[in-house]
Design a protein around this ligand. Structure first.
Ligand SMILES: [Zn+2]
Length: 428
């Protein structure tokens, strides 16, 4: 095996390779636009790259996967036409543990509100800007850089090495990840390179998106009719949501997995009222709607969120001041449970990422929900989340820290070698 210094040197020499691959991935606007998604060209790019890295690649349509639509975890209403999943693998020589890197090809819709255009990847110092740079094309590109290193150094692994790029992860999709599990793509453990700031997360938050619509009585009341503004109604609900958010306590006793420092978020993401164009609004709207992503700890259920959060809002809606309104509830996304992965892979990753002279990294809980639950709940493959440093996921000016991608790729190499085992030590 190479010495530490020579791996670092190799990494530095391949910085442009990594930034180049990452930029090509970012330049493809693989937006998830329910019920559709535009992931196809990313999957073809991955196919090309992985074939060049000596992997056997399988692009398959979700509709080919037997039992997918009938599975209890399948979330209906999505269209998977021309949105293939990608699976790639390199068989080991035998006797080692298998490892899978699994990520999602889709991104949330690009924002043009910032300084950097979402689909023209831009390097500023150590930052690579662009939609998906952080969530999560950067981490996936880092995995490919690790594979490239192993290929160049002629490393023969004992265990199988696999890579997966799924469609439809954002907006609670997760059917792409489910399809991979049902197709029989299992491993002894998986790494999900979602952005964790180089931390090793063996558990993650869950959550659900709800839509609350308040109906009132709109118009201008010229005939003396009694009107009722739904915006006032929703304002009370918003205030109650904010109160709920600020009063959120620590994790309940017995919450599974490592917890410290991670708190569920309450994300009020959308409020909409009126059917007029701005500047031409002239009357009280008929209704007002909000959407809200509500997170929870592992072990908490949708029923518990109903009993705590939803019950509180419903109690408010029963108060006299809210009687003129009719309030509707709708669950917009699937409920994603928070889950915990039990695997020795976490220790290997933590060892590979720990800095010399510092205490070893401890496993943590990721402060977001992701597709790890599909692995942990519905497959024999435990999934650990571990990815790069970056900011502004799902916002304007999303970026990934390029140095962190190189560190990550280096840790992936060490983890692959330790986990899968080498048939013969590489020269170095
Ligand atoms: Zn993501």
């Amino acid at each position: 095996m190479d010495t530490t210094a020579s791996i670092d040197q190799w990494m530095e020499q391949h910085r442009d390779w990594l930034v180049g691959l990452c930029s090509r991935l970012i330049a493809i606007p693989s937006e998830n636009r329910p019920p559709h998604g535009l992931e196809r060209d990313v999957q073809h790019l991955f196919r090309q790259e992985l074939e060049a890295l000596g992997f056997q690649v399988d692009l398959y349509e979700l509709d080919e996967v037997e039992g997918l639509r009938e599975h209890p975890a399948y979330w209906p209403g999505r269209d998977y036409t021309d949105r293939p999943n990608l699976w790639a693998h390199k068989p080991g020589s035998g006797g080692g543990r298998s490892l899978l890197f699994s990520g999602h090809a889709d991104v949330v819709i690009g924002s043009h509100a910032g300084q950097y255009p979402p689909y023209q990847p831009t390097i500023t110092g150590n930052r690579l800007y662009g939609r998906g740079s952080n969530d999560m094309k950067g981490g996936m590109a880092a995995a490919l850089l690790a594979f490239y290193y192993l290929q160049q150094h002629d490393v023969q692994l004992k265990g199988d090495l696999a890579f997966e790029s799924v469609v439809d992860e954002e907006m609670g999709g997760a059917n792409g990840t489910l399809a991979g599990r049902l197709r029989g793509h299992h491993a002894d453990a998986a790494i999900i390179p979602e952005p964790t700031n180089l931390r090793v997360c063996t558990s993650h938050l869950g959550g659900v998106t709800w839509r609350i619509t308040v109906h009132g009585k709109g118009g201008m009341g010229f005939g003396g009719e009694e009107l009722c503004n739904p915006i006032y109604g929703i304002a009370r609900i918003v205030t109650e949501i904010e109160r709920y958010h600020t009063e959120l306590g620590d994790a309940p006793a017995g919450t599974p997995g490592p917890v410290p420092g991670t708190k569920p978020n309450v994300v009020l993401s959308l409020i909409r009222a009126g059917h007029f164009d701005p500047g031409a609004s002239d009357g009280i709207p008929e209704s007002c709607m909000l959407e809200l992503w509500l997170e929870c700890y592992p072990g908490q259920t949708l029923e518990e969120l109903e009993a705590t959060f939803a019950a509180r809002i419903r109690a408010l809606c029963a108060e006299p001041g809210m009687r003129p309104y009719r309030v509707e509830w709708e669950q917009v996304t699937r409920f994603i449970p928070g889950t915990v992965a039990d695997t020795g892979l976490a220790g290997v990753l933590a060892g590979a990422l720990s800095e010399e002279g510092h205490p070893p990294l401890q496993a943590e809980m990721s402060p977001f929900a992701c597709d790890a639950f599909m692995f942990n709940e519905y497959s024999p493959t435990p999934a650990v989340i571990c990815g790069p440093v970056g900011e502004n996921a799902h916002a304007s000016d999303e970026f990934v820290d390029v140095d962190s991608l190189l560190k990550l790729a280096r840790a992936y190499i060490e983890t692959i070698l330790q986990w899968c085992g080498e048939t013969k030590p590489a020269n170095g």
